[in-house]
Design a protein around this ligand. Sequence first.
Ligand code: NOJ
Length: 753
Amino acid sequence: MYCQFAKRTLFVIFIFLVVLFTSSCKQTESNQNDIESRVNNLLSEMTLEEKIGQMSQIDPGYLSDDQMNQTVREGKYGSFLNIFGVEKINALQKIAMEESRLKIPLIIGRDVIHGYRTIFPIPLGMAATWNPQIVKKAFRISSVEASSQGIRWTFAPMIDITWDPRWGRIAEGCGEDPYLASALAKAMVEGIQGDDLTDPTAVAACAKHFVGYGFAEGGRDYNTTYISEPVLRNVVLKPFKAAKDAGALTFMSAFNDLNGVPTSGNEFTLRQILRDEWHYEGMVVSDWASVTEMISHGYCANEKEAALKAITAGVDMEMSSTSYMNHLKSLIDEGKVNLTLIDEAVKNILRLKFKLGLFENPYVNPEAEKQILAPEFLDHARTVARQSAVLLKNELNTLPLSSDISSVAIIGPLADAPRDQLGTWVFDGKAENSVTPLTAIKEVLGNAKVNYAAGMTYSRDKSKTGFAGAIAAAKKSQAILFFAGEEWILSGEGQSRGEINLPGVQEELIEELAKLGKPLVVVVMAGRPLAIGNVVEQSNALLYAFHGGSMAGPALADLIFGKESPSGKLPVTFVKGSGQIPFYYYHNNTGRPANTKSWTPIDSIPVINSQASLGYKSFHLDYGFTPLFPFGYGLSYTTFKYSNLILSSTEMASNGNLTIKVSVLNDGDIDADEIVQLYIRDRVGSITRPVKELKGFKRIHLKSRETVGVTFELPASELEFFNGKENVIESGEFDLWIGPNSDEGLHSEFSIK
Ligand code: NOJ
């Protein structure tokens, strides 16, 4: 009887859910149809000038208010970037909605890369959390703050894979790995856009820079890129596909020349891949003047040709330069551009504005800005900063320090640098809202126990006059905390470096301090992976914190004094020096891979030589063949032990799935998070395959002495790759590892039949 009742109830619930689901699908479908018909109606009323206006975006910095108002009245621009103030934006929207002929709202764009006023760690730091959930929430918060200022479109996420830490923009991306970057790209897009695009806090995401920009030769920004099609498709495009699948409303074409064709005029990437293969229905904006920069590239003779090539390739909106405005009309009159191309572009733009509900509600509620810097936002920034720090060394458990310590010396140019800790690409965050490590540690220990002497005034400082004070502070303290790193201005757009060591005299000062024989903890706050081999040797513990944002100070204090264990893992391989670049863990094998036995270190070569083999293997005489730290690496205050790796089968069909289980034990006295990583190797392929590839990861929390079972599902589709001709899943033998980083782990194998 009871059983029958339960069955009936379940059935009723099931029917209710089916009805709910189908009706919500119908609703979305009907909204979509509705939008399409509104787009088409509006388009049919537009003059060519109005269409071209929608396709143009400028930073109106040089226009007076009156001039700006007039351009809006005339429908000359569809979008502005970098305009400020709720009042100003509302006034402009009022003109657009009431005084322009077709009453098309503006869309206001801005770079909100890792926070608006509440600044989160730089994206590379966020990637070190390996935690899509908290990253998604960080981007949601950024959108809540930014939208309260009238920004409904942001040029984020930046998801350029790079193998080059010299490139300043490595700070803005998610590192070297396509799998990790894809998971984060999805999280970022979902966070930026929110669940309901018409909600006033929804901001349109922009997947950038499409594509290959991170492969700039020599790490020099804006440089030429040559990327083979397998690398393009198997690596570089992956996060963009993930962003597209997550619903990214816009894409940005890049600055770089890709294999001889600038990406803002590249029909292969913008039209064939993005539109034809991926069926992308969103809008494409160029990067800042990247359309007219095709003239400098030597791909277009003049502005008019640049406009022709960009529109033909599929750039819908031109940012900053005005080749569309100046030339599209004559290109149409001359029959060089078909009006359907223009109409497609305008439809993409109008669709975006309809989707965001801008026609219904173009205005910003002045009350919304009250949420800026809300305590829960700052709390989240602290959590993200905490999870982004990577412990690279911890000799004899130097860390955590006891908060009962009698005194600490705080030294180094980044200890109290509120602007620097925010990192690059911060337009709206303010130094005055940063809490620095010095302030936070004083809060924990009280002023009396802190002996502060920066030793250097900024990271590039070459003067040693502050050394004596720093050494004196260290001498009277029980432990030394050195906050090393780079000023924010040394990474980011146009801010590449040839050498990636610690700038200024930081290494010398650290060496002096190490001589004192006291526990020496170095915290590095930087916009890129630095070559810190010497510092690792000199220090007893080293925490790599990137630029951690507004709450970097409290987050670091939490870790230093053991409120929580560090849990970040490197999203990028750390090299020993610039000469090792590029060095990424998923490289293909050589015919002569090196190993410890085959490497001849430069100093062990005898002085008198005849032509002889020094191993004839792939290595550098000076650096060897291993990086400083491998991808995925990061220590904890506890130790984790992996055991019982079990695969559901040793064979998988090419449309099958493997279930993989492993046990992880927290073998220490404190609770902590571990990031469990799954790698595979396709041993033989129709083209050579990487020595390892990340195919899964999970951040888990383990209580002291707890063992947790972790399960991964590996669908065969994850093993698909582009072999130069087509996408294939090839039969054969595979290695599989589960472990704490790309270099260690339990091993197993399976095959695809
Ligand atoms: C140029 C940068 O490359 C791009 O990332 C940014 O979004 C635009 N400028 C707008 O500021």
